[in-house]
Design a protein. Structure first.
Length: 286
């Protein structure tokens, strides 16, 4: 027979039996919170915070899960997961790519090192980008740290799966945004501001051809999340502020213009794709 405490835990989403369904996912049943960890966005600090102390009592925490995988089975045997706050961190695509390259070539786990030895070797960043472009970025699509960010954050049907989004470049703004929705989490969040390792200068130092190749591969990240070409131009107060519905619409329209440019054989640039969308859609978000 259910005790009063068990009933309360079930309602709050902290029933012990549900932890076994979470694998190593960043889900706090106690705090009713789901964190989608996009690689190289500062997510490790968040993952190691007190937010997931309850989950760590039952399983390891880690991995770069998609929102779809994290919410899978929600209607059957995952408990009240659909009522939890969903949260993620994104980052300027160029800065993130530079960070990922440095991580893969100078650190990483055994699997990362093996992948880097095979696919990067002794190449410089710009040589690696040339190699990626020669192969149409095919092997980058299967490396978690290089995959476009939007691939983790949308469901297969095109719906944006995260209720609250922040940008690493605006860390403090993002933490304040989260606390405005979840004031009960004060004292649990990571204190770091991630002011270091922004790679603004590294992106600015890349030659135009390399920057162009990076922007082409991550065109949908630039367009959907409205990133400027240069990381230094990010409006940290606005970055990541749209709603789930607005991001879903934005993805649909970005895909439309990308397909349109391709069908007309127009040499697409990131700024062209974003501008085409902003001229017709952004006004509906203001």
């Amino acid at each position: 027979m259910w005790t009063l405490l068990a009933i309360v835990l079930t309602v709050l989403g902290a029933d012990d039996s549900y932890y076994s369904t979470d694998q190593s996912q960043q889900i706090s049943r106690e705090h009713r919170f789901v964190f989608v960890h996009v690689p190289k966005t500062g997510g490790t600090s968040f993952e190691r915070s007190k937010v997931f102390d309850d989950a760590r009592q039952f399983h390891q925490i880690g991995g770069h899960w998609t929102i779809g995988a994290m919410m899978a089975g929600v209607s059957r045997d995952r408990g009240p997961l659909s009522t939890f706050t969903t949260f993620s961190i994104i980052r300027h695509p160029c800065s993130r790519f530079v960070s990922a390259f440095n991580y893969l070539t100078k650190g990483g786990n055994s699997g990362d090192k093996k992948w880097a030895a095979k696919n990067i070797g002794n190449s410089t960043l710009e040589e690696f980008v040339q190699k990626l472009d020669l192969h149409q970025w095919s092997f980058a699509k299967h490396e978690l740290h290089l995959k476009p960010q939007h691939m983790q954050l949308f469901y297969p049907n095109g719906t944006f799966g995260v209720g609250l989004l922040m940008c690493q470049e605006g860390w403090d703004v993002g933490m304040d945004r989260l606390l405005s929705v979840r004031p009960d989490m004060k004292g649990l969040l990571p204190a770091t501001t991630h002011a270091l390792e922004m790679h603004h200068e590294a992106c600015a130092a890349l030659n135009p051809e390399t920057r162009s190749h990076i922007e082409k591969f991550y065109a949908l990240d630039y367009c959907i999340f409205n990133f400027p070409s240069s990381p230094s131009e990010i409006d940290t107060k606005k970055c990541g502020q749209l709603s789930q519905a607005e991001y879903s619409i934005r993805r649909k329209d970005c895909l439309f213009y990308q397909s349109l440019f391709q069908s007309k054989k127009i040499k697409q640039t990131t700024l062209m794709l974003t501008k085409a969308l902003d001229d017709t859609v952004t006004s509906s978000f203001i």
